[in-house]
Design a binder for this molecule. Structure first.
Ligand code: PEP
Ligand code: MN
Length: 337
């Protein structure tokens, strides 16, 4: 961390600041120029509150040199992490296709979708049982019953399953779930992240709709710092000024994340665009950007879907998309299954 001090910095204030820094266990390299004094802080600066340092009256500016995330940082773990979800590998050249409905609505629905996405080539089944809805009057998911239906359908078609957790007290219900999803709205539910960090379940961590890339990585760090390093990141669109799409799929985040972290990163073109006909072009664009997989909402009768109807694609559309995905994967040097 580099601190530039103001020109007219009083000696007493300077001494107080340097004493405080040393008490944090850091070394100081000081260089005095004609116009300013520069302090280089050496050591583990991850616990230094940069905003507090910035607010000190003799400090003109502060810059972090090393990132505040360590476990997720590619600097300390150069090779790609490969996360295993019930035998399906994600990352390090392994591409995952996750598909299924936004929410589990009935036994018939989830069995029908599970069968068709499996047949089309999906390698993991998705489906929400606990649904984070903007309105308390909207369908909230079938909860425990839905979870059971999802697990039964997944078992029947022999696919691992990913589903969203919304609260710590639901964790016991997730014992047989292969991968736990933390939704965009819970990306900064730090207590939940810490509890998930104590499990050994793969975690699908979705980017908050107004979260920066660094905030996403700090949330991954919460999980990893508790011991669980099986984290897959998901770019699912961020909120911008644009209203023609539900969110804006931030595809530039993909190569940026790949430089910063060794964790796999997948894209969710369904929630990003909110429009079924945009799912295919955005999926292909995401592959071009370098994702390690896609998570796509598929419904057997989208017009009747109880949640996110406008963005679900039909099984035949999913099947057509998979063919294009498979044609594109060799171009980016990835393989599926
Ligand atoms: C979902 O996957 O159904 C979901 C609610 O996603 P997000 O958290 O990205 O909105
Ligand atoms: Mn949804």
């Amino acid at each position: 961390m580099i601190l530039i001090l103001k020109n007219d910095c009083e000696k007493a204030k300077y001494e107080k600041l340097t004493e405080w820094i040393k008490n944090l266990g850091l070394e100081i390299h000081c260089s005095r120029g004609e116009n300013s004094t520069v302090l280089g802080l050496v050591g583990d600066t991850s616990k230094v509150d940069i905003d507090l340092v910035r607010s000190i009256d003799i400090v003109q500016s502060v810059k972090r040199i090393s990132e505040p995330y360590k476990k997720a940082n590619r600097k300390f773990h150069p090779l790609d992490t490969v996360v295993d979800v019930g035998g399906v590998k994600i990352g390090g050249g392994n591409f995952v296709l996750i598909a299924g409905p936004c929410s589990v609505e009935s036994e018939e629905q989830i069995y029908s979708v599970a069968e068709s996405v499996k047949k089309a080539g999906a390698t993991v089944l998705r489906g929400g049982a606990f649904k984070p809805r903007t309105s308390p009057y909207s369908f909230q998911g079938l909860r425990e019953k839905g979870l059971k239906m999802l697990l039964d359908a997944a078992k029947a078609v022999e696919l691992p399953v990913v589903t969203e957790i919304m609260a710590i007290n639901q964790l016991d219900l997730f014992a047989d779930v292969d991968m736990i999803q933390v939704g965009a709205r819970n990306m900064q539910n730090f207590e939940l992240l810490k509890e998930l960090g104590k499990t050994d379940k793969p975690i699908l961590l979705k980017r908050g709709m107004s979260a920066t890339i660094e905030e996403l990585l700090m949330s991954a760090e919460y999980i990893m710092s508790e011991g669980n390093e099986n984290v897959v990141l998901c770019e699912r669109g961020i909120r911008t000024f644009e209203h023609y799409t539900r969110n804006t799929l931030d595809l530039s985040a993909v190569p940026v994340l790949q430089e910063l972290t060794h964790l796999p990163i997948i894209a969710d073109p369904s929630h990003a665009s909110g429009i079924a006909r945009l799912v295919e072009p955005m999926s292909l664009a995401a592959i071009g950007a370098g994702v390690d997989g896609l998570i796509i909402e598929v419904h057997n009768a989208p017009e009747k879907a109880l949640c996110d109807a406008a963005q679900c694609i039909r099984p035949d559309e999913f099947s057509a998309l998979v063919k294009k995905v498979d044609a594109l994967l060799p171009v980016v040097g990835k393989k599926r299954k």
